[in-house]
Design a protein around this ligand. Structure first.
Ligand code: TRP
Ligand code: SF4
Length: 329
């Protein structure tokens, strides 16, 4: 039996942080053992919000590739590629843009939310509205079975499925495949200020942060507000730090922490020291690998272009079928 095909992408919008590692990369890495995996850097998607200021897209692409390789996304096991190296993405996006009803795009919750929240950029463009159409093209070109994504991407996946059905209906074919979303079951990491960890909130711990920086960020992290004083008991479930312990601290040590927190037997400083003791060694191999890779930019570019070549074969074959179905071959 053929292995199921997995495809996922990340927008080229900056260095990766612990939230990306735990929320996506660990999961991607595990999937390499069981599935045929395609992982790509969505650099064209980054244009949707940065079309006026494109200066960082290329360096972000490089940084992301380094972070992926350092965490064990392996070019021997997976096809790692760059969206902009495969023009087929743009062509299928064009065809899908012809059939997508505009109201489907206008009612997309991610679109509405970003339009409401991002005020310093003009996002009244087609590219921004059509973001999920390009994403649907990314997925459909590879006939992916499974798309590992976070919860926030579910509306985009649903739209992909609807668009695939619409294409197959209109052109009376079975060329495109409806993908399933695969949501990783992980605890959501909080940033240093207690909000969701995100590059744009400026509260993230990056994979590439120096040891000293990580120490400073963890020490400055907001904890359960009930523990205003050292003798006030707290509740780990109400603490922003605790999700990190669920990942990096053994269950025995975690039990101790919970008891100590609830009885005020330990202070938050002790608890943070325990976390650092566990977190820093866990990150060390990734950071070591990062340092090595950063010195080999040529090798990184070679990996990406070799991956893009392989991916393009698949994309081109699908696009041929698409054109035949549309009778414009
Ligand atoms: N929109 C995704 C995100 O912001 C990135 C992305 C682009 C993607 N194309 C994709 C994810 C295709 C999965 C499949 O995270
Ligand atoms: Fe959070 Fe630990 Fe402080 Fe409890 S002791 S509030 S878990 S940092």
């Amino acid at each position: 039996m053929r292995k199921k095909r997995v495809l996922s992408g990340m927008q080229a919008s900056g260095k990766l942080h612990l939230g990306n590692l735990v929320g996506a990369l660990e999961n991607w890495k595990a999937m390499q053992e069981e599935y045929e995996c395609f992982y790509f850097i969505a650099d064209w998607h980054a244009l949707s919000t940065n079309y006026e200021d494109t200066g960082e897209i290329a360096s972000n692409r490089f940084e992301i590739a380094v972070d992926w390789l350092a965490t064990g996304i392996d070019p021997e096991k997976s096809i790692i590629f760059v969206q902009s190296q495969i023009p087929e993405h743009a062509v299928l996006h064009l065809f899908l843009s012809m059939i997508v009803p505009v109201p489907w795009l206008e009612r997309n919750p991610t679109y509405k939310e970003k339009m409401d929240n991002i005020k310093n950029k003009d996002l009244a463009t087609y590219g921004f509205l059509g973001y999920p159409v390009l994403q649907a093209a990314d997925i459909a070109l590879y006939k992916a079975d499974l798309v590992p994504v976070g919860m926030d991407q579910l509306p985009h996946l649903e739209l992909t499925r609807e668009l695939v059905r619409r294409f197959n209906n209109i052109y009376k074919c079975k060329v495109l495949k409806e993908p399933d979303a695969k949501i990783a079951q992980v605890s959501k990491l909080k940033g240093t200020d207690g909000r969701k960890m995100s590059k744009s909130y400026n509260n993230a711990i990056f994979l590439g942060d120096e040891r000293k920086t990580i120490e400073k960020k963890i020490k400055g992290m907001l904890t359960d507000t009930k523990r205003a004083r050292r003798d006030d008991p707290g509740e780990p479930d109400d603490c922003n730090l605790f999700p990190l312990h669920t990942i990096y601290t053994s269950s025995e040590e975690r039990e101790e922490i919970c008891k100590g927190c609830r009885s005020a037997g330990i202070g938050c400083g002790d608890c943070k020291a325990t976390l650092l003791k566990n977190l820093l060694p866990a990150l060390e191999p990734i950071q070591e690998k990062r340092r090595e890779l950063l010195e080999q930019p040529k090798k990184i570019e070679e990996i990406l272009s070799a991956g893009s070549k392989k991916a393009q074969k698949v994309a081109a074959a699908t696009l041929d079928e698409v054109k035949t179905a549309m009778k414009i071959a």
